[in-house]
Design a protein around this ligand. Structure first.
Ligand code: RFL
Length: 410
């Protein structure tokens, strides 16, 4: 793998060791770590800098991931501004059940909106380190990924000219709807997929949090959740039919269902606010196996999607990026390609741990409203066990905070 020396690139063509497609958490983390190790790379991003620095998404980052970013000097803003969360709460039958996972596991979550993390990572890579990142590129295409001479071409948004970059490795970090996964030959792309058959209405409300922790509402109408994002903005979810139209959920209906599904006799009422994001996500997961095809290394959502049930996707994206960065740096320093050969297996182990937990957790949340008394009974037993059995509680805490299984990356 990656053994033979490259011919010089034709003059019209640029050449770098690594082309990274996508400037999300995975691509930007990889780019920063490679740049620190003097492994040259170019990042190609289809959106503008302003757009990616505002795109709302994740908020919950696991402690191991923050510590790994910190070791690479990438957690300054996060450590300064993030909140920490140590507990979550389940509400059902009008009662609150606190789950103190930090007390059990010794680890906590950091809450830091994804756009802030992306802003920090772009600033560090492009402004502080002078890294090459090209925004608003069009029509990215991958070439010869099965050969020792892969390349990436794209249309320059300013000149309209087609450009080509020859490289050793392409890192496919372009998310769930990118071009890299779609470039895999169909006979080589083994995609394992799970559809939950439910939708989630993902909401961002311009209102302060109504609880000091994540609240999961388990209700016969469907699941609901409250998650802090910042002192001014709160994320809410409402289970809905898959493919539902967000227009079916006007302000009054959203708040009435949230009040109903998150009600607790001894809980503070929700603070309502203007809904600034309202979209329906059809809950599904997928995993591409293996995550490497020739010279194309997939990372993050390009390789696997975990429905945001247990807030895992960005954490996995960071994990992949750190494993890939380690493997590439070792390869360029010593010629040792073992890390690159082991990349897919190393990542997939954690990916499947997180997928399994997400599915288990989804059933706990969705079972009671499934209309199937057997699933509802099982889900209730699952939830009760968390509060009745210290062993079950410890297992849940470990998976929820993501501290178990593989060794964590530095
Ligand atoms: P991203 O963040 O999607 O970044 C991919 C980048 O690639 C660009 N791109 C292209 N660039 C060039 N050419 C092309 N053809 C391209 N096509 C796309 C895109 O513009 C983009 O900039 O992928 P990455 O880096 O793998 O990161 C994954 C995470 O973004 C994702 O897993 C999380 O947001 C998932 N997620 C959560 N994860 C957590 O760990 N904790 C959470 O609390 C959490 N909450 C969430 C979430 C995802 C959500 N949605 C929207 C599905 C909450 C929500 C509502």
């Amino acid at each position: 793998m990656i053994a033979s020396p490259h011919p010089a690139a034709p003059p019209s063509e640029q050449r770098v060791p690594v082309v990274i497609i996508g400037a999300g958490p995975a691509g930007l983390t990889l780019a920063n770590v490679l740049r620190d190790a003097s492994v040259d790379c170019v990042v190609l991003e289809s959106e503008s800098r302003e757009f990616i620095e505002r795109r709302p998404r994740a908020g919950f980052i696991e402690e191991w991931a923050v510590r790994a970013l910190e070791r690479h000097g990438l957690a300054g803003g996060l450590l300064e501004r993030a909140q920490t969360h140590t507990e979550c709460e389940f509400r059902l039958g009008g009662r609150r059940h606190r789950f103190r996972y930090t007390e059990i596991s010794g680890h906590h979550h950091f809450v830091y909106p994804q756009p802030l993390l992306v802003t920090d990572l772009v600033r560090e890579y492009a402004d502080a380190k002078g890294g090459d990142i090209r925004f608003r590129v069009l029509d990215v295409e991958l070439h010869d990924i099965d050969t020792e001479h892969p390349s990436v071409s794209y249309t320059d948004p300013g000149s309209g000219e087609r450009r080509r970059i020859a490289c050793d490795v392409i890192a496919g970090c372009d998310g769930a709807r990118g071009v890299t996964r779609a470039s895999l030959p169909p006979q080589r792309a083994h995609v394992a997929r799970l559809d939950y058959g439910v939708g989630w209405l993902a909401l961002l409300a311009e209102s302060p949090p109504s609880s000091d922790c994540v609240v999961f509402g388990v209700h016969p109408h469907g699941f609901a959740a409250h998650m802090t994002r910042s002192p001014q903005v709160t994320r809410y979810y409402l289970q809905c039919p898959p493919g539902d139209d967000p227009q079916n959920w006007p302000h009054e209906r959203v708040w009435s269902e949230l009040h109903e599904r998150l009600s607790a006799s001894d809980g503070a009422p929700l603070t309502e606010g203007r809904l600034i994001e309202k979209r329906v996500l059809d809950m599904h997961n997928y995993v591409v196996q293996p995550m490497v095809h020739g010279r194309l290394f997939l990372a993050g959502d390009a390789a696997h999607l975990v429905a945001p049930i247990a807030a895992k996707g960005m954490n996995l994206a960071l994990y992949d990026a750190l494993v890939l960065a380690d493997a590439l740096i070792t390869y360029y320093r010593s010629g040792d390609a073992a890390g690159l050969r082991g990349y897919s297996a190393a990542c997939l182990r954690r990916v499947w741990e997180y997928q399994e937990f997400s599915q288990w957790f989804a059933e706990l949340l969705h079972g009671p409203s499934s209309g199937d008394p057997f699933r509802a009974g099982n889900a209730t037993a699952r939830l009760r066990r968390l509060f009745d059995s210290p062993v079950a509680a410890a297992a849940f805490a470990e998976s929820y905070i993501g501290s178990g299984g593989n060794s964590n990356r530095g």
